[in-house]
Write a protein that binds this ligand. Structure first.
Ligand SMILES: Cc1cc2nc3c(=O)[nH]c(=O)nc-3n(C[C@H](O)[C@H](O)[C@H](O)COP(=O)(O)OP(=O)(O)OC[C@H]3O[C@@H](n4cnc5c(N)ncnc54)[C@H](O)[C@@H]3O)c2cc1C
Length: 221
């Protein structure tokens, strides 16, 4: 790993997602949407690096990560959620294919929103949100990460879908081929896709079938 960093803050964002604020090492730079590998700097966990995406902006003085925990895995995310300020972590150089390439539609599921949070925060800071749209799928309203913030950026151009809830402000139903066909007019635009691998594969396949061009799809390969 390339950098040693220190945890400054660890707080809940949703019932199973936490916001970790960390010191930003000198010389570390990244492009919004890129990921890094993080490991907890203890003998037991040092070798267990996992990929996460900074949700802060390159110009911020600290680093922010938005991390969903999987306590049932008894892995790194369970430990990250338990860390206290002052804990030390290791971080790699940034990597990844997701970065802003121009106006388009962001399609995310669950914690797959993190690269788009970074990109949308950048676009908001630069006053360039016009021409963008977000479709964000979750299981229930309680699972939505930073829904108010995302709606604040895009208003009616942010569509929140909940697959397991009918009695909420967000739209019920699944984000699948039929949803895309009925809700998107222009498949020649750029699409940014992020979420669990089966989600990314099925959304990409549906978009291509509906007329999107492979070069217009931005996702982690
Ligand atoms: C480029 C990239 C960027 C990412 N950015 C983010 C981000 O910003 N925020 C975020 O929240 N996530 C992000 N992720 C996902 C994140 O990396 C994973 O959630 C994380 O690696 C899980 O680590 P873990 O050690 O807790 O669990 P795992 O590494 O998944 O599992 C640890 C162990 O648990 C067991 N296990 C695995 N699956 C299960 C299961 N279903 N049930 C029970 N046990 C199981 C296995 O034995 C495994 O070895 C990103 C992923 C990538 C590829």
């Amino acid at each position: 790993m390339d950098y040693k960093i220190e945890l400054l803050l660890n707080e809940f964002v949703t019932h199973d997602v936490r916001r970790l604020v960390l010191s930003r090492p000198r010389g570390f730079d990244f492009v919004p949407g890129q990921g890094v590998e993080l490991a907890i700097d203890t003998p037991e966990w040092r070798e267990q690096g996992r990929p996460f995406t900074p949700t802060s902006l390159p110009g911020d003085g600290v680093l922010e990560f938005t991390i969903k925990g999987y306590p049932e895995h008894h892995g790194v995310t369970e430990q990250l959620h338990l860390l206290r300020p002052g804990s030390k972590l290791l971080m790699s150089k940034p990597f990844g294919a997701i970065r802003y390439q121009g106006p388009g539609t962001f399609i995310a599921a669950g914690a797959g929103i993190t690269p788009f949070m970074a990109i949308l925060r950048m676009l908001a800071a630069e006053g360039r949100l016009d021409g963008h749209r977000l479709i964000f799928s979750n299981k229930t309203p309680a699972d939505i990460i930073c829904g108010q913030e995302l709606h604040g950026y895009l208003g009616e151009r942010s569509q929140l879908l909940c697959s397991r809830a009918t009695d909420c402000n967000c739209r019920g139903g699944r984000l699948d081929f039929d949803f895309l066909r009925s809700n998107i007019d222009d498949f020649s635009q750029r699409f940014y896709v992020c979420g669990p691998p089966p989600f990314v594969n099925s959304i990409n396949a549906a978009l291509i079938e509906l007329g999107a061009v492979p070069d217009g799809l931005v996702f982690e390969k």
